[in-house]
Ligand binder design. Structure first.
Ligand code: 4AD
Ligand code: MG
Length: 430
């Protein structure tokens, strides 16, 4: 019977065959312990010299790391194993021998591991992070599908720049200038007017010369957009969504969290509602904390965000930022013109901003003014403005950065480990 490691619980006491790679090995004169992985999980295979034909024992002792195998054995329950099961091996068949696998169980430097990302992905830690990423994606579709949102796919090649023109990847679109999408938002607004509640999930690109643990050049964003929705209602969706993904990971990725050594008690507290403070209050708070460098009108840097987040054990919304430091499309607050109806959601434990969102301007004249004030008069925004001409409604939306969210929930320091093949300032390989 050919099975995967994830299925062994159904075959206790039975002889099975598993296609696997050798992750690691320990052996003595009488016994060999094979650490096997097949992508679905990890299991230890035990080869006892006295219980197998001599040839099988010799083969087991000499297998090299990352050699691919068909391993046959009897499944046993085993409390000592983190996975709960063990395989008493009866036969080993080598499919392809791996010679001099570069990533050995010893410590390697980050640059070396990044150069071998195509192989590094096989390691237990990277495997755990990728499984958590997958669970967050699964829980995202579940959350929005359960609430009547339709998944809509905005284009990647665009003529517009929702988040400002300084961080664009320009390319040629035959004779026209085009850019890689920074955000699908503008298109999602059109989609919300067609389908009511929508969400997207796709890659976005920022030619940002930032080299921090929070920045990728290519990252994946989840962008919900809702018609007939005011900003306050959008904040509720955001906190419920983030609670849902955290609780889903806790429920379905216990083994992975353990592999990563994540303190799960911190994650258990992540339940809606989340605290909110206004930008004004945040500035006051920072002054009290001795951050004399920041003044009203400045954007927050990582140290500011971290200081604010440290006062809470849940993510915190910072609301109503100054209009001057936010994009053109944000709706001004009803009672004052210098701040906009927006919020950034700051994750705990120093992981920084994971969501940026806002209510969008729905008045035609106001949006036209704003486009002009930002010098966005090229005609590339004609269609976007036109959405305000035909049955315009209040609407709100937001974007959650997947990699920062994976980093926070997994407890890994740097976003480079949260995407299979990170695109960084100085890295396009592998
Ligand atoms: O705050 P941002 O720029 O917001 C937007 O793009 C809006 N148009 C979204 C919307 O309202 N539909 O980006 C949203 C999130 C950030 O909070 C952050 O989590 C992530 O995207 N992000 C990055 N993640 C990794 N590397 C980068 N360079 C990122 N830039 C933004
Ligand atoms: Mg932002």
């Amino acid at each position: 019977m050919k099975i995967t490691i994830s299925e062994v619980n159904k075959y206790v006491g039975e002889e099975v065959t598993i296609g696997a790679w050798l992750a690691n090995k320990r052996s003595s004169g009488k016994i060999a312990f094979l650490q096997l992985r097949d992508g679905t999980g990890f299991i230890q295979g035990v080869v006892v010299k006295a219980e197998v034909v001599e040839d099988v024992f010799q083969k087991a002792k000499s297998i090299t790391q990352e050699t691919s195998l068909y391993v046959t054995g009897v499944v046993r329950e085993d409390e000592r194993s983190p996975f709960g099961y063990e395989l008493t091996v009866t036969n080993v068949e080598v499919i392809h021998e791996a010679v001099d696998y570069p990533i050995t169980p010893k410590e390697h430097g980050t640059e070396f591991l990044m150069d071998h990302r195509h192989l590094w992905l096989r390691s237990k830690r990277q495997h755990a992070v990728m499984k958590i990423r997958n669970e967050i994606i699964r829980a995202t579709y579940e959350f929005y599908n359960d609430r009547g949102f339709a998944k809509v796919d905005p284009p990647i090649l665009t003529g517009s720049a929702p988040e400002g023109t300084t961080e664009l990847f320009a390319t040629k679109y035959f004779d026209e200038d085009a850019y890689l999408s920074q955000s699908g938002q503008l298109y999602m607004e059109a989609a919300a007017m067609a389908l009511g509640k929508v969400f997207s999930f796709g890659p976005t690109f920022r030619a940002e010369k930032s080299k921090t643990r929070r920045h990728l050049i290519e990252f994946w964003m989840i962008e919900p957009e809702m018609a007939f929705t005011e900003h306050e209602e959008s904040l509720k969706v955001q906190e419920e969504y983030v609670s849902h993904i955290v609780q889903s990971v806790l429920k379905n990725c216990q083994l992975e969290l353990k592999t990563l050594g994540r303190d799960t008690s911190k994650l258990e507290q992540i339940k809606a509602p989340f605290p909110r403070i206004s930008y004004d209050e945040a500035i006051e708070f920072l002054h009290e904390k001795g951050f004399d460098d920041i003044k009203w009108g400045d954007d927050f840097g990582a140290p500011h965000e971290t200081a604010i987040a440290e006062s809470y054990d849940k993510p915190v919304f910072i609301t109503n930022y100054p209009k001057a430091i936010k994009p053109f499309y944000m709706q001004p607050a009803p009672d004052r013109d210098d701040v906009v109806l927006c919020a950034d959601l700051i994750a705990p434990e120093g992981y920084g901003e994971i969501i940026g969102g806002s209510e969008r301007i729905h008045d035609y004249e106001l949006l036209k003014q704003q486009l002009e004030a930002h010098g966005l008069t090229s005609g590339a925004y004609e269609w976007y403005l036109e959405l305000r001409k035909y049955g315009s409604v209040p609407h709100s939306g937001f974007g959650l950065g997947l990699e920062r969210t994976v980093a926070w929930i997994s407890g890994v320091e740097h976003v480079r480990e949260t995407i299979p093949f990170p695109r960084l300032l100085n890295r396009l390989y592998p």
